[in-house]
Write a protein that binds this ligand. Structure first.
Ligand code: GLU
Length: 368
C-alpha cells in the first residue's frame, strides 16, 4: 500500500506531536528514521512531498512563550516565524545526509483558493519533483489571518496532494486510524481498515472520537473528503514508532479512505476549496435532478445566502444544509433572489433581459 509502484507521487504529512517533544525539541531520532525511509523510497522511484507541522511548537520554546505558543494568534504567528527556521534546517540537514535537496514552500489557504496561485504552486511542485528535490510544505502561519488560514495541516496536505496530482496521501498521526468509537473510553472500539465511501455514518464516528493530534479527527476526515473527491486515496496511520512508513507497509494497520469518482483537475480544485462566496438552498426535487447530472434551474431554489457576483463559486445545499454540490453561478445573488422558485419561461419578464438557461450549469458544477 502506498508503495513506489502503485503510488509514484506520495504526500506525507507529519503532525506536531510526532515531530516535537513535550519540551519543545525536535525528536531527531524519530525524524531521522523517517527520512531514511523517504530516501529509500526515493531511490526506488517514488516522489515524496512532505507537509510538516511543528513550527509553532518549536518556536514557542525558542522564544520562551508559554502554552506551546498558542495562547494568542500573535504568539502563534511569532512562534511559527522562529520555529520554521529550525524546522526546515533540521529537515534539510537530515535529507542532505542522504544527498537529497529539500525545497521549502510556505502557503496559505488563500494562495490555494485563488486559481492562478494554485496553478503556480502546482507548477512549482511539479518542477521540484522532476528535479528530484523533496518539497517541504507548511502553512505560512506568520502572515495568515483567520480568514485565510487552513489552521491545520491535514487539509493543507490534501490540497497539496491535489495540486501535485499525487497518487496517495498519508497522514502520520498519534493514533492508529479511525475507530468505530473513542478508543480511550470504549474497550471494544474497532479500527476501521477501509472506508469505501465517506458517508454520514463515518463522519459521526469521527465526531465520537476526540483529542487526536493538533487537527483532531474532524480535520482528517475533511482532508479525506478533499483527497478522495479528487480521486486520491488517503491513509491515516500511526507515527508513534520509528520508521512508520515501513511498519505500515508490513502491517497494513491504519485507515484507508478509497478514492471516489473521477473528476477533472478543475472540478477537483473547485470541490476541494474550503471557501465559497455564498449558498443556494434547493428543494428535494432539485437535489434529485442535480444528482442525476442536470444543471441547477431557478425553479428548485428556495433561499439565497450571501452576496455573490456572476462567476463566483457557490455552495449548493439541501434544505437541511447538507452540501450537494458546488459550481460557478451564472447570476449575481440579487438576481437569484428575484428568480428563485420561478419557471425558466418566466425569467425574461422578471429580469427584463434574456436569461441564461441555468443558474449553475452542469459543466461548471461538481456534485459531492
Ligand atoms: N502549521 C502549524 C505548525 O507548523 C501546525 C498546524 C497543525 O497543527 O496542523 O506548527
Amino acid at each position: 500500500m502506498f508503495g513506489p509502484r502503485e503510488c509514484p507521487r506520495l504526500v506525507v504529512k507529519i503532525g506536531s506531536s510526532l515531530l516535537v517533544s513535550d519540551e519543545g525539541r525536535i525528536r531527531r531520532d524519530w525524524l531521522s528514521s523517517l527520512v531514511s525511509e523517504v530516501a529509500e523510497r526515493q531511490a526506488n522511484g517514488q516522489k515524496i512531498i512532505l507537509v510538516s507541522s511543528g513550527a509553532i511548537a518549536l518556536g514557542a520554546r525558542l522564544l520562551g512563550l508559554e502554552g506551546g505558543g498558542r495562547k494568542s494568534l500573535d504568539d502563534a504567528q511569532a512562534s511559527a516565524a522562529a520555529g520554521q527556521i529550525a524546522l526546515s534546517q533540521c529537515w534539510a540537514e537530515l535529507l542532505d545526509n542522504h544527498g537529497i535537496k529539500a525545497a521549502q514552500m510556505l502557503v496559505t489557504l488563500g494562495d490555494l483558493e485563488e486559481r492562478r496561485s494554485y496553478l503556480n504552486a502546482a507548477a512549482t511542485l511539479d518542477r521540484l519533483l522532476r528535479l528530484e528535490a523533496v518539497p517541504l510544505i507548511n502553512e505560512n502561519d506568520s502572515v495568515a489571518t483567520q480568514e485565510i488560514r487552513f489552521g491545520d495541516n491535514d487539509r493543507l496536505a490534501a490540497r497539496i496532494g491535489q495540486a501535485a496530482r499525487a497518487d496517495g496521501i498519508i497522514l502520520l498521526s498519534d493514533v492508529a486510524g479511525l475507530f468505530s468509537a473513542d478508543p480511550k473510553s470504549h474497550e471494544d472500539a474497532e479500527l476501521i481498515n477501509t472506508v469505501e465511501h465517506l458517508d454520514d455514518e463515518i463522519v459521526a464516528m469521527a465526531q465520537g472520537t476526540s483529542g487526536m493530534g493538533s487537527g483532531g479527527m474532524k480535520s482528517k476526515i475533511e482532508a479525506a473528503r478533499i483527497a478522495t473527491t479528487a480521486g486520491i486515496p488517503l491513509a491515516i496511520i500511526s507515527g508513534q514508532h520509528q520508521a512508520p512508513l515501513s511498519r505500515y507497509a508490513e502491517s497494513g494497520t491504519g485507515t484507508v479512505f478509497a478514492a471516489e469518482g473521477e473528476t477533472s483537475a478543475r472540478e477537483a480544485w473547485m470541490a476541494g476549496r474550503l471557501t465559497a462566496a455564498g449558498r443556494i438552498v434547493v428543494d428535494s426535487g432539485a437535489v434529485t435532478a442535480l444528482r442525476d447530472g442536470n444543471s441547477l434551474l431557478p425553479a428548485g431554489v428556495t433561499t439565497v445566502e450571501g452576496s455573490f457576483d456572476r462567476g463566483d463559486i457557490v455552495d449548493i445545499v439541501d434544505e437541511s444544509g447538507n452540501l450537494i454540490g458546488r459550481g460557478l453561478v451564472e447570476y449575481a445573488s440579487a438576481a437569484v433572489d428575484r428568480i428563485k422558485g420561478h419557471k425558466s419561461t418566466d425569467l425574461e419578464s422578471i429580469l427584463g433581459y434574456a436569461p441564461r438557461p441555468a443558474l449553475v450549469h452542469r459543466n461548471h458544477m461538481v456534485t459531492l
